[in-house]
Ligand binder design. Structure first.
Ligand SMILES: Cc1cc2nc3c(=O)[nH]c(=O)nc-3n(C[C@H](O)[C@H](O)[C@H](O)COP(=O)(O)OP(=O)(O)OC[C@H]3O[C@@H](n4cnc5c(N)ncnc54)[C@H](O)[C@@H]3O)c2cc1C
Length: 400
């Protein structure tokens, strides 16, 4: 194959797809080269025996600004989670609802919060204000300990897969705002339906099973030995892949464990996520089929739950911890899959986004460990090309 698109994009994850989308609406020709056989990268789903199994626990935050800009996403059939969380309490998990969105739960929310609110330690506020780059842990230290231990700590351990909460406080504030302003949802066909709907609009320009093996200004070499000449190259691959393409030593990414299990009875009263206590190797548990019945093919006899968890803990311990977290008899839980997503989330490694003559980078690691961060990085890479080509930009706000 010898192709010479204006822009060659390596990687069809959310970052590469977003870059392609913005180039497409600005009439700039591009081709995407993707090593695997499908779009989405880390946003992946498989369908096994009537079950929809996402690659670990993932959700769409409808209020992500980058998602709202992608018009195709408005066509995605979404199933909303209950606006609230189950807090783990010995015996029965306690439900903390958002009283603004679930009328009639104000009293109960106040009662729950009353058990969690204590006078905070003001010294942590001083420490926070004195830091130039406060971490999520610093932000959490501003809260009363019971509120931190029951809500904030477990929530961000689950979101970042980092029990030490070393990520930037800005990211936690951003996510909290999205959670309070909008709904978390699951697409009816599984998380992979989200990249698929973006990829649909780019069809014919994505070359699956085309791995890039080397890159130079203006030229990509693919695994089959063919070359692609391009005015611009956007490398939208995850850090380990970028490291091997450019022969760089980049920080390793975080891994996260997951468990998919079936129960014969409904384990949750409402379709909300359960936050496991900080001492448990289970981070969060989500009643997937209560959120979207399509995840079990609408079979009322099967209840699918997905947990995210410590990737270093043995399957035996995870089984016991999950059974305890959902307060279920062991014989009632059928474990479908326990696994680890390696290279799940980047550490905080802000890198330059332009690394040579017309060679750009895109990927969540440049902005934030989220789909929103990945899409933003792809959009910005596209904007860089669009600016240089002096084409009128449609639907774009060009930053900076
Ligand atoms: C278990 C888990 C749970 C998550 N939960 C959430 C969540 O709830 N909400 C949220 O917002 N985010 C979540 N995330 C994070 C989110 O999925 C990622 O931030 C985002 O998808 C990263 O997109 P990306 O395009 O930067 O990278 P990737 O998705 O990694 O895409 C990179 C692509 O490049 C391809 N590639 C690599 N090397 C080559 C090569 N040499 N040639 C060609 N192609 C190549 C890969 O095959 C891949 O398709 C989660 C991630 C995981 C793993």
């Amino acid at each position: 194959m010898t192709e010479s698109p204006t822009v060659a994009i390596v990687g069809a994850g959310m970052a590469g797809l977003a870059a392609a989308h913005y180039l497409a609406i600005n009439h700039i020709d591009f081709e995407i080269y993707e090593a695997s056989d499908k779009p989405g990268g880390r946003v992946a789903t498989k369908h096994v025996d009537g079950l929809t199994l996402d690659q670990g626990f993932q959700i769409v935050l409808e209020d992500y600004p980058e998602l709202r800009r992608l018009t195709a996403v408005s066509e995605l059939p979404l199933n909303r989670l209950y606006p609230g969380v189950y807090l783990h309490d010995t015996g029965n998990p306690l439900l903390l609802s958002d009283p603004r969105r679930i009328p009639g739960t104000k009293r109960q929310a106040l009662r729950t919060l009353a058990t969690l609110l204590r006078i905070p330690d003001w010294r942590s506020a001083g420490r926070y204000l004195n830091k130039t780059q406060p971490t999520i842990k610093d932000l959490g230290a501003l809260l009363p300990q019971p509120l931190h231990d029951a809500v904030f700590g477990p929530l961000f351990r689950g979101i970042t897969a980092d029990p030490d909460l070393t990520g930037p406080a800005d990211f936690a504030r951003f996510v909290l705002k999205r959670l309070l302003n909008g709904y978390a949802s699951l697409p009816t066909g599984g998380m992979a339906q989200l990249p698929a709907i973006i990829a649909d609009g780019l069809s014919g320009h994505i070359h699956y099973l085309h791995r890039a093996v080397s890159v130079a200004s203006g030229q990509l070499t693919l695994e089959d030995g063919s070359n692609v000449q391009a005015d611009w190259i956007i490398l939208a691959v995850e850090p380990p892949a970028l490291g091997s393409l450019l022969d760089l030593n980049l920080p390793p990414m975080r891994s996260v464990g997951y468990v998919h299990a079936l129960s014969r009875r409904r384990l949750f009263g409402v379709p909300a996520v359960l936050l496991a206590p900080l001492g448990s190797p289970i981070y969060t548990v989500a009643p997937m089929s209560d959120i979207a019945a399509s995840y079990v093919n609408h079979d009322p006899e099967r209840h699918l739950i997905t947990a995210s968890c410590d990737p270093t803990v043995s399957p035996g311990e995870l089984r016991a911890a999950l059974t305890a977290a959902v307060n279920c008899e062991p014989e009632n839980l059928e474990f479908i899959e326990l696994g680890v997503v390696k290279n799940a989330l980047p550490r905080n490694s802000r890198t330059v986004s332009e690394i040579g003559q017309h060679v750009l980078l895109a990927g969540d690691y440049l902005v934030s460990p989220s789909m929103n961060g990945a899409i933003e990085s792809g959009r910005k890479a596209a904007e860089r090309v669009i600016r240089t080509m002096k084409r009128p930009a449609k639907e774009l706000t060009i930053d900076g």
